[in-house]
Design a protein around this ligand. Structure first.
Ligand code: SF4
Length: 285
C-alpha cells in the first residue's frame, strides 16, 4: 500500500447535515487521522461508502480504494491547538465521531500511531461531551488503557456478522473472534462499549446471543438501504453488488436481528438514530 505522510490544516470537521447529524443526539464533528483505508481491499472495502466521498474522489491521480492512505502526521498537534483555543463552553458541546471515512485503527496505525497520539491529547481534557472511536480493528486493544483515561470515550466496534466463512469469501478483514475478544477486554477494563452491526450481513442463529453476551452498553443494527446514506444507490454502484451472492436489498434479516436484540437489551437502536443515540453526559455543576 502506498502511504503518504502529509500534515493537515485542520482536524475536526464540523457536521452540517447527513448521517451523523441525525436525531436524537447528533455529532458535532468527525475526526479522521487518515485519508483512505488499509481495510479497503477487504470485505468491507467492497461496499465502503468512503470511497465515494469527495475527499477521496477529488484526489489527483487517485489510486484504487484500499491501495493508498494519507497519514495526517500532525493530527495530534492540530487537535491540541484546536482544543486549547476553544472556550470550555464550546468544548463541552463537542461530540466527535472518529472516524467516518477511514478506520482509525487500520493496519498502518500500528506504525504511525496518529490515533494514539490524538487520544493522548483528549486525555488532557475531561470536559468534552462524547468521543466515539469507531473501528473494526482489534488493534484498538493496544490503547484500551488510554481510552480508560477519557471519561467521555465510547469504544464502538463493528461486527457485521458472525459468519467468518462469508467474510472470508467477500475478502476477509479483521477476524470476528478477535473483535469479540477486544470488546470483552474493554468491558472488563470498565470502558463504555457499543457494537455496530453495520451493515448487517447474513449471520448464524447464534449471532444475537453472542452479541448480547458481550454486555455492551449499546447495540446498533443497520442495513444497506439506510446505512449507505443513499437508499442503497451507493451500494448498488459498489463492487459489493457484484460479489454479494445474496439479496442485500432485503432488510428482513437485519430487522429480525434488531428485534431479537431489543427483546433482551435496553439499548438497541437502528441505523442513523442508533449511531446518534448516545445522550449527552450528565454533569454535576
Ligand atoms: S474499515 Fe471502514 S473506512 Fe475502512 S474500508 Fe472498511 S468500511 Fe471503509
Amino acid at each position: 500500500m502506498q502511504v503518504i505522510e502529509r500534515p493537515a490544516q485542520s482536524i475536526l470537521t464540523e457536521q452540517r447535515g447527513g448521517f451523523l447529524s441525525s436525531a436524537p443526539y447528533p455529532f458535532t464533528h468527525t475526526l479522521s487521522p487518515y485519508t483512505g483505508c488499509g481495510f479497503g481491499k477487504t470485505s468491507c472495502g467492497t461496499y465502503c461508502y468512503a470511497q465515494f466521498m469527495p475527499n477521496w474522489t477529488h484526489l489527483p491521480d487517485r489510486p484504487a480504494w484500499g491501495e493508498a492512505a494519507r497519514v495526517k502526521s500532525n493530527a495530534a498537534e492540530v487537535l491540541a491547538a484546536t482544543l486549547e483555543k476553544m472556550s470550555p463552553a464550546k468544548r463541552a458541546g463537542l461530540r466527535i465521531f472518529m472516524s467516518s471515512i477511514t478506520d482509525p485503527y487500520q493496519p498502518i496505525e500500528a506504525k504511525y500511531e496518529v490515533t494514539r497520539a490524538c487520544l493522548d491529547v483528549f486525555a488532557q481534557y475531561d470536559d468534552l461531551d462524547l468521543l466515539v472511536i469507531q473501528t473494526r480493528s482489534p488493534l484498538v486493544g493496544r490503547d484500551l488503557d488510554r481510552l480508560a483515561t477519557i471519561p467521555y470515550a465510547v469504544l464502538s466496534m463493528t461486527i457485521e456478522t458472525d459468519d467468518q466463512a462469508l467474510l472470508t469469501r467477500l475478502g476477509g478483514g479483521p477476524a470476528i473472534t478477535k473483535r469479540f475478544e477486544v470488546l470483552r477486554e474493554a468491558k472488563a477494563a470498565g470502558l463504555r462499549t457499543q457494537v455496530t452491526v453495520s451493515p448487517c450481513l447474513p449471520y448464524s442463529p447464534a449471532f444475537a446471543d453472542a452479541l448480547l453476551a458481550l454486555g455492551a452498553d449499546r447495540l446498533v443494527v443497520d442495513d444497506f438501504l439506510e446505512g449507505d446514506g443513499s437508499g442503497g444507490n451507493r451500494t448498488a454502484q459498489s463492487p459489493f453488488a457484484g460479489v454479494a451472492g445474496y439479496n442485500w436489498r432485503d432488510s428482513g434479516s437485519a430487522r429480525a436481528l434488531y428485534e431479537s436484540l431489543a427483546a433482551h437489551h435496553p439499548s438497541v437502536a437502528w441505523s442513523a438514530a442508533g449511531f446518534c443515540g448516545i445522550p449527552p453526559r450528565q454533569r454535576t455543576r
